[in-house]
Design a protein around this ligand. Structure first.
Ligand SMILES: Nc1nc2c(ncn2[C@@H]2O[C@H](COP(=O)(O)OP(=O)(O)O)[C@@H](O)[C@H]2O)c(=O)[nH]1
Ligand SMILES: [Mg+2]
Length: 190
């Protein structure tokens, strides 16, 4: 069976290009769990040890560089994490759909991301993962579209997928969407 990211990696490898994907979200949304899926499925994956003081997970798989970090509770690190916005080709934005109390914080962070000078003018695909969908009180993807104002996003292809990062449910479809988007954008730019 193909690994979770093989589809994306094969495409990128063919183009002999480096693609950078950001994995963002509040702490506890499921970023590390998603990333561990990837690592478990791909022995060829190389870990890059973070060297700075806040929590950044970086790894590379073939020509794809993944950078993940927490967006919450560490405003003093904001300029450090925003440094990674430059040169990214796609964003995976993970939301804990069971964390209704912090959905307002998620919206604030999303709005800041979308307005950031390195992001605002770029036609970057954003994949939203409505994670922890297995929990009984989780918000539906339709609710999240409304709460986060996703229907108002301009000039960026976006997609929302319900996921259970523990079992991996929904991840394959989601990554395929992101791959197709990155491919389309690269082809259209030629
Ligand atoms: N029920 C449930 N728990 C999850 C899911 N994804 C992650 N978790 C749990 O949520 C907690 C935070 O996940 P983690 O990946 O560390 O979040 P991070 O802070 O964004 O890296 C951990 O206890 C995970 O086991 C999910 O889809 N469903
Ligand atoms: Mg983590």
């Amino acid at each position: 069976m193909m690994g979770l990211f093989d589809h994306l990696a094969n495409f990128v490898g063919l183009r002999k290009k480096q693609v950078n994907v950001l994995v963002v979200g509040l702490n506890n949304s499921g970023k590390s769990t998603v990333i561990n899926h990837f690592k478990n499925q791909n022995e060829r994956c190389t870990d890059i040890i973070p060297t700075i003081g806040f929590s950044v997970e970086k790894f590379a798989f073939k020509n794809i560089g993944f950078t993940a970090f927490d967006m919450s509770g560490q405003d003093r690190y904001r300029s450090l994490w925003e440094h990674y916005y430059k040169g990214c080709h796609g964003i995976i934005f993970i939301v804990d759909s069971n964390d209704k109390l912090r959905i307002v914080v998620v919206k604030e962070e999303l709005d800041m991301l979308l307005q950031h000078p390195e992001i605002a003018g770029q036609k970057l695909p954003i994949l939203f993962l409505a994670n922890k969908i297995d929990l009984p009180n989780s918000l539906t993807t339709i609710n999240l579209v409304t709460c986060l104002g996703l229907d108002k996003i301009q000039n960026k292809p976006w997609h929302i997928q319900a996921t259970n990062a523990i079992t991996g449910d929904g991840l394959q479809t989601a990554i395929e969407w992101l791959t197709d988007q990155i491919r389309d954008i690269h082809i259209n730019r030629r």
